[in-house]
Design a protein around this ligand. Sequence first.
Ligand code: BTN
Length: 243
Amino acid sequence: LGRVVDFSAELSSTNDRAKELARQGALHGLTVLASRQQAGRGRLQRQWESPAGGLWMSVVLRPNLSLADASKITLAASVAIVDTLQELFELSIGIKWPNDLIYKGQKLAGILGEVVGEWNTVQTLILGIGVNGNFPREQLNNTFPATTLQEILGFDIDLNLLAAKILENLERELIFLEEKKFDEMRSKWTKRAIGLGEGVRIFRGEDVIEGVFKGISIDGALILETGNEEVTFSAGEIKLRSK
Ligand code: BTN
């Protein structure tokens, strides 16, 4: 991953640029980077603030996996980022299902996976990764609590090194998934999961479902225990909140 890089000073969204390049035939691993995004996107149609100094990156993935594996790939990306921040800066990052990377209750990074075309025919996933890097949190007008590496570490980091390490770790996790070794990734993910074994609320449209967060299923869905049954939810349209 990341052997070919498409870099721009400014883009609307690196995911959109990566999609365009994928439609033009970009190969597995092509990585799009931008210093700033004017219209960065988050999950659930939210906007993602992307000032200069952050890592705004999208990878074209054409893995040997099926559509059902798309959410596993985004979970693997969370693990890759968590491992990277541990290795480079000894930071302990938690994961809020499915892919919010949290430091002391504040969001540090997020992941947006988008399938291009018919997965069954072209098998392309655009994996967007955003890490709040070298800027103060005041530059974010988010409604949710957020932090940045600059705030946490007190110095500016090398964004190229960060990107390279994340891609290296992601490449390893993807190979595990292709070899059907889901459990190794799942156990790493689970060790960092926020709220595991605790009461949570799931918001799906107008519905609110309460239960105990039991873990993630073999296909990467969230397992919720309600009463005496277990229900699973895929990442698509839900929000998770601690009670
Ligand atoms: C989220 O937590 O809601 C996901 C945030 C994903 C942000 C990244 S930044 C690079 C890529 N381009 C985008 O427009 N979004 C993703």
